[in-house]
Design a binder for this molecule. Structure first.
Ligand SMILES: C=C1C[C@]23C[C@@]1(O)CC[C@H]2[C@@]12CCC[C@@](C)(C(=O)O1)[C@H]2[C@@H]3C(=O)O
Ligand SMILES: O=C(O)CCC(=O)C(=O)O
Ligand SMILES: [Fe+2]
Length: 371
């Protein structure tokens, strides 16, 4: 692995992507990209097996639940359509994210992450600083409930731009949270844990009522040499699940195993959201749902914006496998209980390696493991 030092220590330094006519050494992933020999399967040419599953929430409960469960088991991700989130809510959120990234560097820098690995603000998320190279992306992380406080830093005058931005993020938040609760109910149904069954019903309610959300806005500027750069390196999301609103420019890729290959998620389905299963849902389902490695590539001709909305447990909730009523008799919990912050600490140590942090909390073998 190349060992160039990180560009900065807290992610606050501003790199002017617009002015870059080449990819500097600090952002050059050439050697790392070469280590990853998995081919890329183009979305348009994807044959049956490599077509990203589509879940249509209008398809009646039973059918949508079954398709979502199979996709979460086999892919750890799917495209979600028929979700009922109004087009204009998604369009306003995207438009406002684009406006944020188009602001002058000084305005964005006012909202920089605070030194010491602050989890909110403008700049590189602290875990990504573990990689030896920087990514071709700008990012902004914030809990949506705090949008008005956070963005005062960007717009200290609290004028119309500030209000328009906050209102758009608040309506995106409300819609995504409501959708998250509906999807959680579908997942619980699929796991045989929903409804009137006493313990399952209570667990579902507790998880639903305490879901915490984080918004991370990504902007991947067009890149003079896309093969030498990466927008977001391969990772799994750590929480329960993530909704990603992506612009019509493709870039998100999912790793499919045996043989390894990167499948590009099509970006052409208007208003489709991508659902990505995270590590803590992998734990909760005892490995039945699969947290998927994914990454974002960049391209030469267009900027790309994505707006992942992360849902997970509150910081003090221990997440442990829920043994479904339908689990085979004698099945054992494969993972030990862990809180989200505990898991993040373990995972940080492994970031940038090919080892999943799930191995650190695994206490037994998963059913489909080969050895
Ligand atoms: C809720 C969160 C998920 C995230 C860590 C965070 O606290 C906020 C940023 C998220 C993000 C976005 C880019 C990729 C990622 C792995 C990262 O380093 O920061 C994810 C984190 C995650 O899913 O663990
Ligand atoms: O940009 C994308 O499509 C993916 C973003 C993502 O995976 C993340 O922010 O965790
Ligand atoms: Fe992700």
């Amino acid at each position: 692995m190349p060992s160039s030092p990180p560009v900065d220590n807290n992610g606050a330094a501003y790199f002017d992507f617009r002015a870059a006519d080449r990819v500097p050494e600090s952002h050059a992933w050439t050697a790392l990209n070469e280590e990853d020999s998995a081919p890329v399967v183009a979305a348009a040419a994807a044959p049956g097996d490599d077509a990203v599953p589509v879940v249509d929430m209008r398809d009646g409960d039973t059918s949508a639940v079954a398709v979502a469960a199979r996709a979460a088991e086999e892919w750890g991700a799917f495209l979600l359509v028929g979700h009922g989130v109004p087009d204009d809510v998604l369009a306003r959120a995207e438009e406002q994210a684009a406006r944020l990234f188009a602001l002058p560097a000084a305005a964005k820098a006012r909202a920089a992450r605070r030194p010491g690995g602050s989890s909110t603000g403008y700049g590189v998320p602290p875990y990504l600083l573990r990689y030896p190279k920087r990514m071709w992306a700008e990012g902004y992380t914030f809990p949506p409930a705090a949008v008005r406080d956070e963005f005062h830093r960007v717009w200290p005058d609290a004028g119309d731009d500030y209000h328009r931005f906050c209102a758009a993020m608040e309506e995106y938040d409300a819609a995504m949270r409501a959708l998250g609760e509906r999807l959680l109910a579908m997942f619980f149904k699929a796991l045989g844990l929903a409804g009137d069954e006493v313990t399952g019903g209570e667990t579902e309610r507790k998880i639903r009522d305490t879901l915490t959300s984080t918004l991370h806005l990504n902007m991947y500027p067009k890149c003079p040499d896309p093969d030498r750069a990466i927008g977001l390196a391969a990772h799994t999301d750590s929480g329960f699940f993530t909704f990603i609103l992506q612009s019509p420019v493709p870039g998100l890729q999912l790793l499919r195993r045996r043989p390894d290959r990167w499948v590009t998620v099509p970006a052409g389905t208007p208003r489709a959201l991508i659902v990505v299963v995270g590590d803590l849902f992998h734990v909760l389902t005892n490995g039945r749902f699969h947290s998927v490695l994914h990454r974002a590539v960049v391209n030469w001709g267009s900027d790309r914006i994505s707006m992942p909305y992360f849902l997970g447990p509150p910081a003090d909730m221990k997440v442990a496998p829920l043994m479904a009523s339908g689990s085979p008799p004698g099945s054992k919990a494969v993972y030990q209980a862990v809180t989200w912050p505990e898991y993040m600490v373990m995972r940080e140590k492994l970031f940038g390696t090919n080892v999943s942090a799930l191995t650190m909390i695994r206490v037994a073998k998963e059913e489909d493991e080969e050895t």
